[in-house]
Write a protein that binds this ligand. Structure first.
Ligand code: GRF
Length: 205
């Protein structure tokens, strides 16, 4: 029942999963020197590097990544700030076993710069989503969402900070549900057995 986490940088979501006591058995980065690798090492979790720059094609990179993941035979592969688009072949290899955390209330604002785009759109509610990964970027079945209000004086940085705090709690909860076998996907919709709350609203400062 282990989890392999894929990262590209800071690794704060990865750290939150480890510190929540979840069985993270390896952390794999596609970026040399990613700060998250050092954090994993501090927690005694093995880190591996599969640099995408060493490969000529997405396919070749994804094959090498899958090979590294499979050495750990994880039940779940959790993307946490992993900044690579995965090939459909890679996604098919881990059916309903790939989760991602995204810093917006999907389906709003897939892709990058979500906080800037939320401000520019004038939305009053923002947040983050944990979803299953499909070949369609940031569009897989949504497991859980945490929402926060957008305040008149918010900046992209202040939004990012409040959303990130929600991400850490939400991702750990969703991964735990997964490992406990509580997630059921039906017609593209995720239900949690036992009626756990799939929506969090936090309007604390
Ligand atoms: C997070 O906001 C995550 O939602 C997004 O990239 C950021 C990664 O942060 N996909 P960290 O590496 O987990 O600190």
């Amino acid at each position: 029942m282990s989890v392999v986490v894929l990262i590209s940088g800071r690794g704060s979501n990865m750290q939150a999963l480890i510190e929540a006591g979840l069985p993270v058995t390896a952390v794999i980065s596609n970026v040399p020197g990613a700060a998250g690798l050092a954090i994993a090492a501090q927690h005694g979790v093995p880190g591996r590097l599969v640099p995408h720059k060493d490969f000529d094609s997405r396919q070749a990179f994804d094959d090498a990544l899958a090979k590294e993941i499979d050495r750990f035979s994880p039940r779940l592969v959790a993307l946490a700030g992993f900044m690579r688009v995965l090939t459909p072949g890679f996604v098919l290899r881990y059916p309903e076993r790939l989760l991602n955390i995204h810093p917006s209330l999907l389906p709003a604002f897939p892709g990058l710069n979500t906080h800037e785009r939320a401000l520019a759109a004038g939305v009053k509610l923002h947040g983050c989503s944990v979803h299953f990964v499909t070949a369609d970027l940031d569009h897989g079945p949504i497991v859980a969402q945490a929402a926060i209000p957008v305040r008149p004086d918010d900046t992209a940085a202040s939004l990012a900070q409040r959303v990130l705090k929600q991400e850490h709690a939400l991702y750990a909860r969703a991964v735990r549900w997964f490992l406990e076998g509580k997630l059921a996907i039906e017609n593209g919709t995720v239900n949690v057995k036992g009626n756990d709350a799939q929506l969090v609203f936090d309007d604390s400062p």
